[in-house]
Design a protein around this ligand. Structure first.
Ligand SMILES: [Fe+2]
Length: 308
């Protein structure tokens, strides 16, 4: 080897070492700051029912979630097909909840946190133990329709969007609790889950012709009190991500440093053939979301299609 080549090689090696020091040092530092602390599955709008082989199909979804080795499952509501219609008898409500219990027994060992969907409540059985919200709380093993908890450095707020008069907003009592809970979260990175989206573009893409004007959006597509939420989020920068369902469409809105993920539906087109013969609703296939949460308040997510 010529001397000049040797110097070149040494120079290159030194340079590479120096460079690798710089390159290696930087990701290590950021790795230390950004540690993955939780893996979550978000399922929503399962609408479980005996028809369309739904139970076996949902079990396939849960088997995949099990293999994903998640720390917890967040269930975004509309767990059962529908108890809210006028013609629903108790036998049907019991049948639907039995389908639910049978399915989720597969993931008994994983903690599950649920919120109430608009189709979960049975309004016909006044006086019955399955009537209304108390009936759903009983079936889901919940004490209250809204609550919060901490896990691995993150704070979780579970909301009840089912306002008795104006769906898609919190009543005064829940709102006051929410504001207090955010203040008490002590700056922990926070995830919020609701059934109806707090903020979503699906009110436009799923618009119905009976609305007055092309972009009139109801509270079930976009919370009516979203401006109040935005104000709270602006004062509390630890709110990172808001999960929702209800629309059965997949969308992501990012606004003022907060991500709003409307995460499709496990049932797609309510398990029926839907728009492509494979239970898609418009462009959204049946699926669930996986989220990795990090210690620095960041997250990543993916929507998983679980059927062929
Ligand atoms: Fe739904």
């Amino acid at each position: 080897m010529k001397r000049r080549d040797l110097i070149k090689k040494i120079g290159l090696a030194t340079g590479a070492a120096a460079l690798s020091n710089v390159v290696v040092a930087s990701p290590l530092n950021s790795e230390q700051k950004k540690k993955k602390v939780l893996k979550i599955a978000h399922i929503t709008d399962v609408h479980i029912r005996p028809e369309y082989n739904a139970v076996a199909r949902f079990k396939k979804c849960l088997e995949m979630i099990k293999k994903d080795k998640v720390d917890l499952i967040l269930n975004g509501g509309d767990s059962i097909y529908a108890a809210d219609y006028d013609n629903i008898k108790k036998e049907r409500v019991v049948e639907l909840w039995n389908c639910w219990k049978d399915s989720i027994s597969l993931v008994n060992e994983i903690s599950m946190y649920s919120v109430l969907g608009n189709h979960d409540m049975w309004w016909q059985g006044k006086g019955d133990e399955l009537f209304g919200k108390p009936g759903v709380l009983k079936m889901l093993g919940l004490k209250n329709s809204y609550y919060s908890f901490d896990k691995n450095g993150w704070h979780f707020i579970m909301l009840d969007s089912n306002h008795p008069k104006t769906p898609g907003m919190l009543d005064e009592e829940q709102w006051n609790w929410f504001v207090q809970d955010v203040q008490a979260s002590n700056g922990k990175p926070t995830l919020i889950m609701s059934h109806y989206p707090l903020l979503s573009c699906t009110g436009i893409t799923d618009n119905k012709p009976d609305f007055i004007g092309p972009f009139k959006v109801s509270g079930s597509y976009n919370h009516l009190d979203i401006m109040k939420f935005i104000d709270v989020f602006n004062k509390n920068k630890n709110i990172k991500v808001c999960l929702s369902g209800h629309i059965h469409l997949l969308d992501k809105v990012w606004y003022n440093d907060v991500s709003y993920l409307c995460n499709g539906a496990a049932s797609g087109f309510w398990w029926e053939p839907g728009d492509d013969g494979k239970s898609s609703y418009k462009q959204t296939v049946p699926g669930y979301s996986l989220l990795n949460l990090y210690s620095d308040g960041s997250f990543d997510d993916e929507y998983v299609k679980y059927e062929a």
